[in-house]
Design a protein around this ligand. Structure first.
Ligand SMILES: Cc1cc2nc3c(=O)[nH]c(=O)nc-3n(C[C@H](O)[C@H](O)[C@H](O)COP(=O)(O)OP(=O)(O)OC[C@H]3O[C@@H](n4cnc5c(N)ncnc54)[C@H](O)[C@@H]3O)c2cc1C
Length: 373
């Protein structure tokens, strides 16, 4: 085992918190620095796969997710009018686990941040790294407030616009806008929405994911050359316009919004950092290395799996260097599949490929992702 005493995690999102929990569990003292002084997360829903639920089990939050969010199986595929066409299976990643789920980001953040502080991680908010200097034994870090510390491993989990990636690989490719934006709202869940739904074959792709017994979120993927900059009330009226002509449970859904929640509009970006994702003793995980578009609902799961695999390889390998090589061997192809297949599904959506062409690649990818990691 590569014994480590002090580890720094940069970024307190899903990947960073997961890494802090698993690495503190190895007996190291973990410092986690998070740029946002309020450690906030925006209030949108996310969909989770069977593989993500397996990772949540390993992180010790599955019971809470099952009790407070939604878990189930299958994606109901409908046409634009709401007519049911079939179900895409969502295979469980482990016997006894559900095949998929949905959760509001603030709830997931709350569960993971509680686990992080309970594990004894030293969380420092409103802080980032300014400089990193690697040598054979560790990394000297200068923080933005001028303080300094030395670590035996630094994990960059600071998201799609990662500063750690910029410090490590200044010439790395930058996230590219894919040509799609995603609109999301949280709404009351009617009893007929028993599982995830896709509404395909129209101008836009629409989906519903339950996030609790009585709530769900709607997502709508719009193909547009640039991200629209809109504020309320234009945001709501534009979303209502995009939903015109859609049937089933969709008409009037804006009126069934969860009070106090807003329309969230985000551009989609994705890319895969060429391997290796480490230099010296600094490693990039999650969106810092492989930000993905949400077509396979796997970004959160890949970030959490990175953290679990990192702890496993550090335990098994004779040195940190060997562990980081083993990490790349286990993670690269799996994350590549998620990023590339998600981008490909997005391209099929943009050219309005036949419905089966869109769902086939989802089904095939979910089957692979449910395999052991
Ligand atoms: C519109 C959209 C919808 C998505 N839907 C889904 C979905 O349905 N299912 C799914 O699984 N995934 C989804 N994803 C992907 C998922 O959100 C990400 O893959 C996941 O959040 C990655 O976690 P992360 O910890 O790597 O990065 P992040 O969640 O981005 O966390 C990074 C953290 O680092 C902090 N930070 C940033 N810069 C610094 C710095 N310089 N120093 C210190 N801290 C810093 C940030 O404040 C943040 O807390 C979606 C993504 C988008 C954009």
């Amino acid at each position: 085992m590569a014994k480590l005493n002090r580890i720094l995690v940069v970024g307190g999102g899903i990947g960073g918190m997961s890494a802090a929990i698993t690495l503190q569990g190895l007996g190291a003292q973990v410092d986690l620095v998070e740029l946002d002084p309020g450690w906030r997360v925006y209030g949108a829903g996310i969909t989770i796969t069977g593989a993500t639920l397996r990772a949540f089990k390993a992180l010790g939050i599955l019971g809470d997710v099952q009790a407070q969010a939604y878990t189930g199986g299958g994606i109901q595929v409908c046409d634009r009018s709401g007519r049911r066409l079939g179900i895409v299976p969502t295979p469980p990643a482990e016997a006894g686990l559900p095949g998929c789920g949905g959760i509001m980001r603030p709830l997931l953040h709350g569960l993971l941040s509680r686990r992080t502080t309970e594990a004894g991680v030293n969380v420092r908010l409103g802080l980032t790294v300014d400089r990193l200097a690697c040598d054979a034994e560790g990394v000297d870090v200068v923080f933005a407030d001028g303080s300094r510390a030395r670590y035996e491993l630094v994990v960059g989990a600071d998201g799609v616009f990662s500063r750690v990636r910029q410090l490590l690989f200044p010439a790395a490719p930058r996230p590219q806008y894919t040509g799609q934006c995603v609109w999301r709202i949280a709404a009351h869940r009617p009893p007929e929405i028993e599982r995830r739904h896709f509404f395909l074959g129209g101008e836009v792709k629409v989906g519903l994911t339950p996030v609790s017994a009585d709530q769900m979120y709607l997502f709508l993927l719009e193909t547009t050359p640039r991200r629209p900059v809109l504020e309320e009330p234009a945001l709501s009226s534009e979303l209502a316009r995009l939903l015109e002509g859609y049937g089933g449970p969709l008409p009037g859904i804006l009126d069934r919004r969860v009070p106090g929640t807003t329309v969230v509009l985000r551009p989609l970006e994705g890319f895969l950092l060429p391997r290796p994702w480490h230099l010296g003793r600094v490693l990039l995980i999650g969106d810092a290395a492989h930000p993905t578009t949400p077509q396979l609902a796997s970004g959160a799961g890949m970030a959490a799996e990175d953290a679990l695999v990192l702890a496993e390889v550090l335990q098994a390998a004779p040195s940190v260097e060997a562990a980081l090589d083993a990490f790349m061997a286990r993670r690269y192809e799996r994350c590549r599949l998620v990023v590339e297949n998600s981008l490909e599904i997005g391209r099929r959506e943009q050219r309005r490929a036949p419905i089966e062409e869109q769902t086939q690649l989802v089904e095939q990818s979910l089957r692979v992702l449910a395999e052991p990691i």
